[in-house]
Design a protein around this ligand. Structure first.
Ligand code: F6R
Length: 243
C-alpha cells in the first residue's frame, strides 16, 4: 500500500482528482469504479474543474458505482444514482449510457447482481477503483463479518453505517439494505485509490494498514492488492505508527 498524508480534504481532493484525470488522459476508454459519500466530493470537484478547463475528457470512459440503496426510488435525492448525476456526471462529458449502477429496486436481486457483475466483466474489468472507508472499516457496503465477500450482493447495513449515513435522511427513513460490489469484485480492479479524512476514520485506517487481514475489518482485504494508493489527512492518519 502506498500511503500519502496530505494536509486536508481539499489537498486530498486535488491529488485524487489529478490521479484520476491522469489515468483518463492516458487511457481515454478507462473503466472507473466510483464511490459516493462525503469523501469523494472534493475529488469530483477537481475532476469537474479540470474537465471544464478542457484538460480531460470522459467521453470514452465507462463507470461502475460501488453500491446503491435498496428501496429508494431512482429519483430520490439520496439515491446514489442521483448523487452521481448531481456531483459529477452532469458536469462532465461521460455518456449517461456508459454509467452503470446496481438497481436497488430490482425484483430479482440475485439476477440484478449477476447482471452487474457480467457488465463489469464485459467492459474488461475496472481499471481504477475509487474507495472511501466506513468508520467500521467497510469498503463499498461490505460490512464487518465472518468472511470476505465475493461478487455483488444484497446486504443489511450495520448500525454503524446507519448512524453515519442517517444524517442525510429525514426522520428514520434511511434504507436498511443496499446492493454492493463484493470485496472480490473490488480486488479485481487493476488499481485502487482510497481516500479518508477525519478522526472518525482513524481506527479503521489503522486496522486497514497495520491490522491483521480479517473480514472483521473488510478494508484489510486491500493488503492483498498490489496497486493501492491511499490518501489520508493528518486526523485519519493519527493512529498509524510513526516511523
Ligand atoms: C460509498 C461507499 C462507502 C463510503 C464510506 C465512507 O459509495 O461505498 O463505503 O465510501 O461509507 O463514506 P463517507 O465518505 O461519507 O465518510
Amino acid at each position: 500500500m502506498n500511503v500519502t498524508i496530505l494536509p486536508d480534504a481539499a489537498a486530498i481532493g486535488r491529488a485524487a482528482g489529478d490521479l484520476i484525470c491522469a489515468a483518463a488522459q492516458q487511457n481515454p476508454a478507462i473503466v472507473l469504479g466510483l464511490a459516493t459519500g462525503a469523501s469523494p466530493l472534493p475529488c469530483y470537484a477537481r475532476i469537474i474543474q479540470r474537465h471544464q478547463a478542457g484538460e480531460v475528457s470522459f467521453a470514452g470512459a465507462r463507470s461502475f458505482n460501488l453500491d446503491e440503496y435498496c428501496g429508494l426510488p431512482e429519483s430520490d435525492p439520496n439515491s446514489y444514482r442521483s448523487f452521481m448525476r448531481k456531483e459529477l456526471f452532469s458536469q462532465i462529458d461521460i455518456l449517461p449510457e456508459n454509467t452503470h449502477f446496481l438497481d436497488g429496486n430490482a425484483p430479482d436481486e440475485a439476477a440484478e447482481c449477476a447482471r452487474f457483475t457480467a457488465a463489469m466483466q464485459a467492459a474488461g474489468g475496472i481499471d481504477l477503483q475509487l474507495l472511501g472507508i466506513g468508520r467500521n472499516g467497510h469498503i463499498g457496503f461490505n460490512e464487518p463479518g465472518d468472511a470476505f465477500t465475493g461478487e455483488a450482493y444484497k446486504t443489511r447495513l450495520s448500525e454503524s453505517t446507519i448512524a453515519a449515513n442517517s444524517v442525510y435522511f429525514s426522520q428514520d427513513d434511511m434504507p436498511r439494505y443496499a446492493m454492493t460490489m463484493g470485496v472480490g469484485s473490488i480486488l479485481r480492479a487493476r488499481e485502487i485509490l482510497l481516500i479518508a479524512t477525519g478522526e472518525a476514520k482513524a481506527e479503521a485506517v489503522r486496522s486497514m494498514i497495520e491490522g491483521e487481514l480479517s473480514p472483521a475489518c473488510p478494508a484489510t482485504a486491500l493488503q492483498q492488492h498490489e496497486h493501492v494508493t491511499i490518501f489520508l489527512d493528518e486526523a485519519a492518519a493519527s493512529l498509524l505508527k510513526k516511523d
